[in-house]
Design a protein around this ligand. Structure first.
Ligand code: 3PG
Length: 392
């Protein structure tokens, strides 16, 4: 895809879609500004190359209503601190104020439109809204990797009306993850966790075709264990995915892909931070106990598989990591990845949060800024926010 470096932005008005959908506490304070920091390279490039910059993003899901709880005001403030320059926040998206600020913005200056999801047409990819945003600028830059799986007016529709290119964040995300899928350093090990098989079917299917080892942990492992005839007590299980789990096990075996499941499980008699951990062999969980984390033998098995990997892709925690007692497996896997020499790619969401919380972020090759978007990318799906951009 063409990027900002492949188009002359000097003296032009550039509307850039970022993903400023950042977590906030109850007082509206931003608790993690990683996504704002991840957009700086593109914004600074545009400013340094004499462009007038109009930024836009969504925040949360205000469902087409103006709701100041979802205002981008805290983002404008933080962004202004990070850029070291004023960021003017428009009061609306394509209304009078936005149009006025967009008309006035000069090269080297930054305007941020209000939350695009204050407009009903945004999530419907409404053509009139897309055109109204496009009319404010000469060039469209998409750098919102985290929202690239959405076909919305500001992520896809707008590209019908302007020359459309990607920013540095999207470029980096697709080049690193794209290489892992098309030409990985081997052995290629994928580690998938999280609660539900149904969320990860597409990723498992796609990765079975590409990797050498697939590791399955987290809540979804119990469905696989049950499929193999194991006793899983009161652990999470998707009964309607048991056949599918069997199919995936067979597919891996047919392709000669090693599929590793937990060999032991840390269980508890109830779901809570205060629950006492007890370890059982996988598939031998008593009827009144539930699996909460991978056990110590599994940590060894998974760490061993990661040790000599050429590429590791990780998405999804190994257990209920929000409770310290049951975060041991997730921490250990993060540590094993951090210590290996592999190209390490961490899918967004929970695994990215875990890696950062544990202080391993610097040791990873790439931590994706996308949750849903990185999953869909690893599934091999075409992301609308990327498909709409001009080819080189
Ligand atoms: C995310 O946080 O995954 C993205 O910003 C997309 O948000 P959405 O799921 O509300 O579209």
């Amino acid at each position: 895809k063409k990027s900002v470096e492949d188009i002359d932005v000097s003296g032009k008005k550039v509307i850039a879609r970022c993903d400023f959908n950042v977590p906030q506490d109850e007082n509206g304070n931003i608790t993690d500004d990683k996504r704002i920091r991840a957009s700086l390279e593109t914004i600074n490039y545009l400013l340094d190359h004499n462009a007038a910059v109009i930024l836009c993003s969504h925040l949360g899901r205000p469902k087409g209503e103006v709701n100041m709880k979802y205002s981008l005001a805290p983002v404008a403030k933080r962004l202004s601190e990070l850029l070291g320059k004023e960021v003017k926040l428009a009061k609306d998206v394509v209304g009078e104020d936005a149009k006025k600020l967009a008309a006035e913005v000069k090269p080297g200056e930054v305007v941020l439109l209000e939350n695009v999801r204050f407009e009903k047409g945004e999530t419907k990819n409404d053509a009139a809204l897309a055109k109204a945003m496009a009319d404010m600028a000469d060039i469209y830059v998409n750098d919102a990797f985290g929202t690239a799986h959405r076909a919305h007016a500001s992520t896809a529709g707008i590209a019908d009306y302007l020359p459309a290119v990607c920013g540095f964040l999207i470029k980096k995300e697709i080049s690193i993850m794209g290489k892992a899928l098309s030409d990985p350093a081997r052995p290629f090990v994928a580690i998938l966790g999280g609660a539900k098989v149904s969320d990860k079917i597409g990723v498992i299917e796609n990765l079975i075709d590409k990797c050498d080892t697939i590791i399955i942990g987290g809540g979804m492992a119990y469905t696989f264990s049950k499929a193999q005839g194991g006793e899983i007590g009161t652990s999470l299980c998707e009964e309607d995915k048991i056949e599918l789990a069997l199919g995936l096990l067979k597919k891996a075996a047919d392709k000669g892909v090693k599929l590793l499941l937990p060999v032991d499980t840390v269980c508890a008699d109830h779901f809570g931070a205060d629950a006492a951990p007890v370890v059982y062999e996988a598939g031998k969980i008593p009827a009144d106990m539930m699996g909460m984390d991978i056990g110590p033998k599994t940590v060894e098995l998974f760490s061993e598989a990661v040790k000599d990997a050429g590429t590791v892709v990780w998405n999804g925690p190994m257990g209920v990591f929000e409770f310290d007692t049951f975060a041991v497996g997730t921490k250990a896997v993060a540590k094993a990845i951090a210590e290996s020499k592999a190209v390490s790619i961490i899918g967004g969401g929970d695994s990215a949060a875990a890696v950062e919380k544990l202080g391993f972020a610097d040791k990873m090759t790439h931590i994706s800024t996308g949750g849903g978007a990185s999953l869909e990318f690893l599934e091999g799906l075409e992301l609308p926010g990327i498909a709409c951009l001009q080819d080189k």
